[in-house]
Design a protein around this ligand. Structure first.
Ligand code: CO
Length: 213
């Protein structure tokens, strides 16, 4: 795709929006009130808004390599705090995807420079679930399962964040969801995680017992 085509596309998009609603951008500029925080992979094939069928203003988005929630990631922490405290999102979604290059790299250890430390989190997921993953003989099935287990672990990581726990204590929100996008079929799969139960299992370790100020 040519670089200049992007600006042609943009002009066409603006014209289409205005044809349907002349006040579209004026209304859009007034503010945002999304119900969802979506945390997904940077992979160019996994476009959050398209696969969810949502419009501008409906979902707050954070993407990084392999949809990781790392406690020392200042960017991620700022996104979560803003989404939870100010936007008061009702749902946080962690969305992984099959055929994820980051997950594949974690399955095949090699020197990847800057990516080494980032992918270490994925290797940790492998280690935590090694007993299950090592019983899977089929390479593709093991790869797919690591994608799913990574989503589950990142959902748990979300529950460790103080802003999330504080909001739970105040309002009961946000609900945390684990999804996988199947890039082979276009289908979005809800892993159906019972986060109340999952957090319950680890709350004696991670519950910060935050009291409302
Ligand atoms: Co990916």
């Amino acid at each position: 795709m040519k670089f200049s085509k992007i600006f042609e596309n943009n002009e066409k998009w603006v014209a289409e929006k205005l044809a349907l609603d002349p006040d579209y951008f004026e209304n859009l500029s007034k503010g945002q009130n999304p119900d969802f925080l979506y945390i997904g992979c940077s992979d160019s094939r996994v476009t959050a808004e398209d696969l969810m069928g949502v419009n501008p203003g409906e979902v707050f988005v954070h993407r990084n390599v392999a949809n990781l929630v790392i406690s020392t990631d200042n960017n991620l922490n700022a996104v979560v705090q803003y989404a939870v405290e100010f936007l008061k999102v009702k749902h946080i979604i962690i969305c992984g995807h099959y055929e994820c290059g980051g997950v594949r790299a974690a399955l095949n250890p090699s020197d990847m420079g800057q990516l080494n430390s980032w992918l270490q989190t994925l290797r940790d997921v492998y280690r935590i679930h090694r007993s299950e993953l090592d019983t899977i003989q089929d390479d593709q099935a093991r790869f797919d399962r690591l994608v799913e287990l990574n989503v589950i672990e990142q959902c748990i990581n979300i529950t460790k964040i103080d802003h999330v726990q504080r909001s739970w204590n105040t309002s009961g929100y946000p609900t945390v969801h684990g999804w996988v996008f199947d890039v082979r079929t276009g289908k979005l799969i809800d892993l159906g995680l019972n986060m109340t139960e999952i957090f319950g299992d680890v709350s004696s370790i991670y519950n910060l017992n935050l009291f409302n100020k």
